[in-house]
Design a protein around this ligand. Structure first.
Ligand code: ADP
Ligand code: ZN
Length: 370
């Protein structure tokens, strides 16, 4: 049974990681009301609030005031929005500014933004003075349900995305679903691809709930989103707690991602991550059907839900299956030359499989081309 969520209720989700344990706190309006949660971490300390040029003008004032009310000395650093700024140069700029503001080992970094901001802020926190405390305030759905949970931080290199980074857990995550009111719907849709993913990999009732409420999802019903965000964070927290460093179980979170990353790469990143994941899950399901792991009807069910959320399930005309396969082989999650792929067995259940013939993978990709 899934729990009922009261309107405007604050939900606390523990992430159990031994001495690195922390809480995700979510609820509508939390951005103005989190002082009690912040005090233990920020009171009497210097805090560098990192944000991007889209999010800063909307939310930085409110958050910096809240930090000050919680007893922090707050500084703000704004970097230009966009994945192209998720670089070592930005991380270096952040660290230099931190020195200028006098941040020491007891200070902390607060990330206010989407996945890009969280990744580089977390990375800066991991390396500044060999590591300082860090708080995440995700402002995209994708960051809320995915990148802000789990402690992966990093930056891109000219040679590829996320090639450098560190595992660095935050001390606290604050997620206010009201930030979705200013987020472009395209960005919300991208986050929904990850939400659907959680349903397929580990939670059939969640999947059914999404199917029954596509109108609320498309209409950005904040009450419903609060519930969904909390459920997804709980699921991810469960997986991360069982496997912090991706030795085993955590691999299931990569469902659709090996295909999806290759799709993003082949498009020169004109296809966004969430769209790539949606197409990637469709390809993975197709391969699972062809390999005899999955009923066709289940793959169709997944496709129908994705389509109702206006997410793509096929590669646009001109897509080249061989090129996608070549891109998959470059994926950094690959072990040696073997492609391990997360295969759905039914809604709510997946398994990592290997030993696929290249021709079988290429054929599944071809079946997902327009
Ligand atoms: P993601 O979380 O999808 O990995 P980004 O950090 O790149 O990605 O955020 C996606 C885009 O949305 C960026 O341009 C960012 O500045 C913008 N953005 C993030 N959160 C909000 C928000 N709550 N309102 C408006 N724009 C936002
Ligand atoms: Zn993802």
């Amino acid at each position: 049974m899934h729990m009922e969520y009261e309107l405007n209720k604050i939900i606390k989700i523990p992430v159990g990681l031994g001495e690195r344990s922390y809480h995700i706190i979510t609820g509508q309006g939390i951005l103005g009301n989190a002082i009690e949660y912040l005090v233990p971490f920020v009171s009497g300390r210097k805090c560098l609030l990192l944000t991007d040029s889209n999010v800063g003008p909307i939310y930085a004032k409110k958050v910096s005031e809240m930090l000050r009310e919680a007893g922090a000395e707050a500084f703000i650093f704004t970097f230009p929005a966009g994945e192209e700024h998720k670089t070592l140069e930005t991380v270096g700029g952040i660290c230099s500014y931190a020195v200028k503001c006098g941040l020491d080992r007891s200070s902390l970094i607060v990330a206010l933004g989407g996945g890009v901001c969280g990744d580089i802020a977390g990375f800066a926190a991991a390396i500044y003075m060999r590591g300082i405390n860090f708080i995440q305030i995700p402002t995209t759905l994708l960051a809320a349900v995915d990148s802000s949970v789990g402690g992966k931080t990093g930056a891109d290199l000219p040679e590829g995305k996320n090639l450098i980074g560190a595992f660095w857990q935050p001390k606290l995550v604050l997620m206010d679903p009201e930030v979705l009111t200013t987020l472009p719907f395209k960005e919300i849709r991208c986050g929904l691809a990850e939400v659907v993913k959680y349903g397929v990999i580990m939670d059939a009732p969640l999947f059914a709930k999404l199917e029954q409420n596509t109108d609320k999802l498309n209409g950005v019903d904040l009450h419903f989103y609060t519930e969904i965000i909390a459920e997804c964070c709980k699921l991810k927290a469960q997986v991360v707690a069982a496997d912090e460093r991706e030795g085993g179980l955590r691999a299931i979170l990569n469902y659709g991602h090996t295909f999806g990353h290759a799709v993003e790469l082949a498009s020169n990143f004109t296809i966004a991550h969430g769209e790539g994941v949606s197409i990637g899950m469709s390809m993975a399901a197709e391969l699972a059907v062809q390999a005899g792991f999955l009923d066709r009807a289940v793959a169709v069910r997944q496709r129908k839900l994705l389509e109702k959320l206006a997410l793509p399930c096929k590669l646009a005309p001109g897509g080249d299956p061989e090129k996608i396969y070549a891109g998959m082989l470059k994926d950094k999650k690959k072990v040696g030359s073997r492609l391990n792929l997360v295969m759905p067995l039914e809604i709510g259940k997946v398994e990592v499989k290997s030993g696929f013939e290249p021709a079988a993978i290429i054929n599944a990709v071809r079946c997902c081309c327009e």
